[in-house]
Write a protein that binds this ligand. Structure first.
Ligand code: GLC
Length: 724
């Protein structure tokens, strides 16, 4: 009985796999048709053992090849913001590059803060070129999980709380990587929005939250970015492991979205042979660190036995091998790939550009910034993060980089001999560190004597650079305990600003931190994220006005953690089994604006050293669409860039909708006095929502309000329209 059930399900799974592939076949371009023809020939020559050898890891970062048929291993490497440290065979397929070092790009949240999709492409190009130069075929990025709670340890690797911004930034990144002949890998599919219990937690969310919030980034990665690989997440989704999930992988990713590439597991994320075979896992990745030899993985020898016993149809394996070979063809494993390059000055220049445009000026009272090089003689630079290297922290996204300019180095370079910069750590990064009185006193003394004090603090990757977890704050495998500034930084900042009212605070890290204790007394605050190899130079040039900041927050900074919707409405981190996403679609500003909760700093917020005016806003309704036009003028004295944001409100809807939703944006660069007409098209999807009672996207005709603004809370003009 059991046997026949397996056979039945197996053939159904086969049927699905083949039909979906035929659907793909039918839709593929000529090149794909030629590719599939070659693949079919290759598969015909392969033994069952050779096929199974391809669907699981052959080392920590390779999947099996078939030497006899000149099919190479598929080689991959982390991570989303740089090619990872190689540590010999364990992490690397015998790659000889174990001592070289690459470009440390600003992490995901900094890229997203640029709101510049073209930079996403440049960023991806660097990543693809360097992965290629390192002999890799797949770069394991971008990380695009929605930033649902400020405490997630991996927010720094991700992009935003808003699916539209993620969708726009991820496409450029993927195309940039893949135009270098390298496969990008969108991860972690899906709803891996916390590190706490990531390997066991079962995420429960409505279909509407899935369709409107958590899926769109992956949908854009597949349907617009054409991503060649997707990584299944560690967690469960509605009771099934994400990486072997019939609904997420077979029905949505492969059938509905037409994904042609490889669904690989996260490392060690496969739990069951039959479920992995039937529910969409194409490649089981992991390490043999746990003592399990690669051929003993769930998709190893067991599969050979199951096929030989007639329990599993071999065509199910063929479908997986087909996808892996497809990625090999698309990454030119069988022909000539463009030549990659490593650690070039162009790559570091791209890293700098992303930092220049991604660092966010949160507050600037009385224009204390930019600093006037001729007006100040001394700076008290305070804070461990001013002098700390970040690149090799955080977990699997670690990068050994050729160089990393710290804020201290950047400020020393820019100030030259005309300004004396004293440095004091101010606090100590240590387990459950509290305020260190001596360090604070030293910092206060320095601040008293200086014209300006700059405190560089915020989050940290770990207690030492290589410690991923180690009770770190921004790291894989662990979430932050709360949103309070660690290591006694609040006491430090309060003491310093008392000693010198001209105190600037620079926050580093992957997301919000509780600044409520001192935010009103500090005249200027800058969010610097983890700004990459050139981050110190970018920050220094922004502080001294050589660069006019244009970054905008890709997530809301709440005043207090309790006001974050995952706490106020939902569950985080959940109980021992489930985490209920009762916050549903009200993630980030969708919650703060709908429930009228004042954030510390709003989604889309970011100041400039110049001013922009918005005028002549007009909205022309079309057929279930609209075109927004307006004029933006730089009314200040310096050149700058403004991110014009378009939000849509459905004035009347059957189901409750958010107060506003981002449905368009454009970054415009303007000289002083220059004006530019901005045109933003709103398609049908700008007005629809997912009615999960009907199980479909709906556009309910009626009144909508179109808002344009400099942030979700700085709306400059609105227009009401009727959509028919
Ligand atoms: C890790 C991460 C994933 C990474 C992979 C390989 O557990 O979750 O992002 O790419 O394993 O290091």
């Amino acid at each position: 009985m059991k046997h026949s059930i397996f056979k039945l399900v197996s053939s159904l799974a086969i049927l699905f796999a083949i039909t979906s592939n035929c659907k793909i076949m039918g839709q593929t371009s000529q090149t794909d048709a030629a590719i599939y023809k070659k693949i079919d020939e290759q598969i015909k020559q392969m033994t069952l053992e050779e096929k199974v050898g391809m669907i699981h890891a052959s080392s920590s970062f390779t999947s099996g090849g078939v030497k006899r048929l000149n099919i190479p291993e598929l080689t991959m490497s982390d991570g989303p913001h740089g090619v990872r440290i190689e540590q010999g065979r364990h992490w690397d397929a015998g790659n000889v590059h174990v001592n070289d070092s690459g470009t440390y790009l600003p992490t995901g949240v900094c890229l997203a803060s640029t709101w510049n999709p073209k930079l996403g492409y440049a960023y991806g190009s660097v990543l693809g070129s360097e992965a290629n130069a390192r002999g890799k075929d797949v770069i394991l990025g971008p990380g695009i999980n929605i930033i649902r709670t400020p405490l997630n340890g991996r927010n720094f690797e991700y992009q935003s709380e808003d699916p539209f911004l993620v969708s726009k930034m991820v496409v450029g990144y993927i195309r940039g990587v893949q135009d270098q002949g390298i496969a990008a890998c969108a991860k972690h599919y899906l709803a891996n929005n916390q590190e706490t219990k990531r390997g066991s937690i079962n995420v429960l969310m409505s279909e509407r939250a899935l369709r409107e919030i958590y899926l769109p980034g992956f949908k854009a990665a597949v349907t617009e970015g054409g991503v060649y690989a997707v990584m299944g997440a560690y967690n469960k989704f509605r009771g099934e492991w994400c990486t072997e999930n019939d609904y997420l992988v077979n029905k949505i990713l492969k059938k509905e979205l037409g994904f042609k590439g490889v669904l690989m597991s996260d490392w060690g994320a496969v739990h069951n042979t039959m479920e992995a075979l039937w529910y969409g896992t194409d490649l089981e990745m992991g390490t043999d660190l746990g003592g399990v030899k690669y051929n003993k993985f769930f998709l190893g020898d067991t599969v050979i036995t199951l096929v030989k016993k007639g329990i599993v149809d071999e065509r199910l394996i063929d479908e997986k091998v087909k996808r892996i070979l497809y990625v090999m063809y698309k990454t030119h494993k069988f022909d000539k790939r463009p030549v990659g390059s490593f650690s070039t000055k162009e790559h570091f220049a791209t890293a700098k550009k992303v930092a220049d445009e991604g660092i966010v000026l949160l507050k600037n009272n009385n224009n204390i910034l930019p600093l006037n090089k001729n007006g100040i003689k001394s700076i008290a630079l305070i804070g461990v993060n001013a002098a700390r290297l970040q690149s090799e922290g955080g977990g699997s996204s670690q990068v050994r980089t050729k160089y990393e300019i710290t804020p201290q180095e950047g400020l020393n370079r820019i100030s030259g001999s005309s300004i004396t910069i004293s440095y004091s750590p101010g606090y100590e990064i240590m387990r459950n560190g509290t305020a260190n009185k001596q360090l604070i006193e030293a910092a206060v003394e320095a601040a008293k004597k200086a014209d300006v004090a700059i405190v560089v603090g915020g989050w940290a990757h770990g207690y030492n650079n290589y410690a991923w977890r180690d009770n770190a704050y921004d790291a894989e495998g662990i979430d932050k305990p709360n949103m309070d500034m660690p290591f006694g930084q609040n006491e430090l900042i309060e003491a310093v600003v008392k000693a010198n009212p001209k105190t600037i605070v620079v926050l580093m890290g992957g997301g919000p931190i509780d600044v409520s204790g001192w935010v009103d007394n500090i005249p200027a605050i800058v969010q610097a994220w983890y700004p990459g190899s050139e981050g110190g130079n970018a920050l220094a040039e922004i502080l001294f006005g050589q660069i006019n900041p244009s970054g905008k927050l890709p997530m809301t900074f709440p005043k207090h953690l309790s006001e974050n919707p995952a706490y106020a409405l939902g569950q985080y981190p959940g109980d021992s089994v489930n985490v209920l996403y009762n916050d549903d679609i009200f993630v980030g500003y969708r919650y703060f604006d709908t429930y009228k909760v004042e954030p510390q700093f709003a989604f889309g917020h970011g100041l400039s050293y110049t001013k922009f005016s918005y005028s002549n806003m007009n909205v022309v309704p079309g057929n279930q669409s609209a075109t927004v036009t307006l004029t933006v003028t730089n009314t200040g004295k310096v050149a700058g860039a403004e991110v014009v944001q378009v939000y849509v409100k459905d004035d009347v809807s059957t189901l409750k909708r958010p107060e506003k939703e981002l449905k368009g944006f454009e970054k415009v660069f303007l000289k002083p006095g220059e004006s530019k007409k901005v045109t933003i098209a709103l398609g049908k999807d700008a007005f629809q929502y997912y009615n999960d009672i009907k199980g479909q996207w709906v556009l309910e005709p009626g009144k909508f309000t179109i808002m344009v603004g400099s942030s979700s809370r700085d709306i400059r003009a609105t227009k009401g329209i009727e959509i028919r």
